[in-house]
Design a protein around this ligand. Sequence first.
Ligand SMILES: [Zn+2]
Length: 323
Amino acid sequence: MPVRRLLLVGFLVGALAACRGAGMPTASPESSVAPAGTPAPSSARRVVVVASLPIFATMVEAVGGDLVEVSAVLPPGTDPHTYQPTPRDVAKLAEADLVVYNGGELDPWMERQLEAVGSRARVVVLSEGLEPPPGVVEEEEHVGEAPTAEHEHGVNPHFWLDPDFGIVYVQRIADGLAQVDPAHAVTYRANAERYTSEIRTFDAWAKEQIATIPPERRKLVTFHDAFPHFAAHYGLELVGVVVLSPGREPSPQEIAQLVERIRREGVPAIFVEPQFNPKLAQTIAREAGVRVLELYSDAAPPGMDYVGLMRQNVTNVVEGLRG
Ligand SMILES: [Zn+2]
């Protein structure tokens, strides 16, 4: 890490410590993680939760309700893979009781920032230890030249787009809240159960919807490599992605290969995402003669929660592929 950045962070932490309001509890710098059984924050004060991405913040809202005050580090409509944290993010993390992030290649800046700030918060890493269910690896081998195989550092981090993993995220958030605020553990667990059954109801509906797409048309081309877990869960074949690795534009040759693959495989549509400029995908779609629709992964429209995001994705996939 560059020395200049360390100095900046050091300055910010010092400034924060100096101007922390009288209402904030003070803690010695040594107590970086609150031990289990720590007294709950005063009932007058809501649990302050900071999530890396807005979509995880919506899960925290569903579980925490009025008992929490949640915000996200990543601004709406931003690509987390190329995000550069700001001094304001450091200030946010310094105030948090609970910090929630995905882990892996999605939001590596969170771990770095937490270390830099010496946060006292309890930390929940949502995707920690998760592995794709059996069959996904087989799918990747089958795709062969498709980009999922290009994930060099292990598993693809976008687990929440498979609702089974979305449920794991929700349960982990409930566990984290219950540890930070044990006085309301029963409420957090009840809210998590309610949201879990909402996800299960959505999933049953989604499977019925996907079943209306003719099997030979269940082929997905997305903008960035966010949908292998979604595709595996719903029996879609991932044929390709436009951007092979974050922040790198495809070469003209790679674009030509993707257009050829879309034509050869008979892929009915390709999908853009709001955090990326759609021009490149529109050009590819025009050359391949297919439609362009939208999918949500790391960024969603304001006000859309996790289940809303999933429902919209399934609706758009069915509209794009069914024909
Ligand atoms: Zn992503």
